[in-house]
Design a protein around this ligand. Sequence first.
Ligand code: NAD
Length: 454
Amino acid sequence: MLFRYIFPNFGVPKEIKNSMAITTISKKSKLKQQQITTVKDSTNPFEAMIQRFDVAAKIIGLEHDVYEVLKNPSKLIEVSLPIKMDDGSIKVFEGYRVIHSTALGPSKGGIRYSPAVDADEVKALAAWMTWKCAIADIPYGGAKGGINCDPRTMSVGELERMTRAYTAAMSDVFGVDKDIPAPDMNTGPREMAWIVDEFSKLKGGFTPGIVTGKPLHLGGSLGRVEATGRGVCTSALEAMSKLKMKADKCKAAVQGFGNVGSISAKHFEAAGIKVVGISDHTAAYYNAKGIDIEKAIAYRDSNKGVLKGFKGGELITNEELLELKVDILAPCATENQITAANANKIHAKLIVEGANGPCTAGADEILHNNGVILIPDILANGGGVTVSYFEWVQNRTGYYYSEEEINKRADRWMKQAFQNVWNVSTKYKISMRIAAYVFALEKVATATRSRGAY
Ligand code: NAD
């Protein structure tokens, strides 16, 4: 076993320990040959974040005061957005923006449209942004936004009115030096363009630096669309080189075929890794000979953005996709896909978290005990926010880099971030997950401490 697992409740202050239910384990369990989890397998994303945060806080001996500051988001804004729907009715949508920390700089984080959005999800995603920016070594704090809605059932007009209403409601929260949104699930350059326009109208003047992930013609950065998936692949290749896994001998499965999943798959394929499984929320496909990713992307783009009906592989279930006999598994869809319930069925040796929060703390423990190396979300998908930072710098200076320059810098930063976390994991003999939290927490805690409090 490469790393010793640190139990999430080991040595944690008593009041925290008491709040963490420990799963009862039957000694006579049929799972004798299988790993079982000793931690609460919470699917609440904020609880899942705190479980890892507590372990890292204990390892670095974080003092109670700073622990309390960083455990809680610094700001949570909740708004009701009354929107006129196409049929003339008014529908009220709940919108959120959470600013977790601004210790290292203005807060940064995407905006998500999904029926699963709630305060706890956005709080977790905001905290993950704080840790991610610290690991990526960019001068930002962490934030996240979201609207509880089902964008797949809404027209473009409804989405535009909702995005503009959200921007107006958050116009005193957002700011080039305060809080800078970006795309996340079900949002992209189109929504970012609406935000730039609405914010610029409300505040006067053209303010492209208010968001990143914009279209190129509005001050977007070359390389931004591909940045997250490219970084997922770079971090996988870094891990493979440490683990002596050869790309041309490896097979991969990718869950989620949106921005992160499809671009990760494309870069895996370009690196010589055979991508044998892909999926989205409509279907999953397997092809032992390797899926032609370019064809799959073209099919999705001509098929209302979904994979259903793709002919380049045999239809399987999303559960089967996660359990394929592959070397690399990249969950790039959403939270809680690998839990204590299916972690024992994972065959991959290397998991690269393109999505935020795809594995629970219970899954972490089982995977670790099974010898699986996991590159955590706050490291693996940091390529996106890194290029977002480059976009913001370009907007501020008015000087624009070539795609080659952007990619070169982003690759270098991603490799450095991977090495930093790897060093912490070998120093403390802890998993890459906990090492990533330790690295980030040390940095954010130092800034928080030196900035002081009232
Ligand atoms: P997206 O909306 O472009 O794509 C999401 C994909 O996941 C779609 O293909 C969708 O069909 C699929 N999906 C959703 N639920 C699924 C399920 N239960 N099973 C299988 N597939 C499912 O979103 P995205 O931007 O690619 O983001 C995906 C994840 O990556 C999210 O967790 C997001 O927070 C994270 N992330 C995104 C970026 C970015 O730059 N876009 C950066 C960092 C992290």
